[in-house]
Write a protein of this length. Sequence first.
Length: 171
Amino acid sequence: MAKSSVGRIGIYPGSFDPVTFGHIDLIDRALLLFDHLIVAVAENISKTPLFTAEERRDMIVESLDLLKQTSARDRLEVVIFGGLLAQFAIDRGATAILRGLRAVSDFEFELQMALTNRTLAKDVEAVFLMPNAKYIYLSSSTIKDVARHGGDVSKFVPAFVAKRLQDRFAK
Ligand code: ADP
């Protein structure tokens, strides 16, 4: 796909196990920067996921109702991808790969990833966005820990995701 045909394409990859308000906040911000945004759910992740790739994708799709920019829905795609992210970005004609930066602790790993991806896909930039400060400490893994022990996660994830977590850990 030619880059110019649909404007700037952003790819937002991640595990999304599960999607949180931090991810949704980032998607809203990214829609201001990109003409088309591809939220890419990684099929193969190093940690064993709690939810399957299909479940993770479906929860993101359902969360899109919570976006501030509701009219932007037609500029958004949620897909599952496997293999090399840099190759996926090239194949989709991406302008940039988007990642979130929360604390300084995210930085070193993200810098390594971004520079590695640059060698593999030299025309694809790396873009980092910071979430609203209230989501800065939010991560899917912390939320899973809280939910696993019966804690209330409704401030961190959409209500239907909180229910899915509750059901999963009740088993
Ligand atoms: P990964 O395992 O690829 O890091 P995650 O689903 O944990 O997948 O995160 C996907 C992306 O979203 C990462 O760039 C991460 O930094 C970002 N992210 C996760 N939680 C937040 C948050 N609360 N605020 C901003 N960015 C976040």
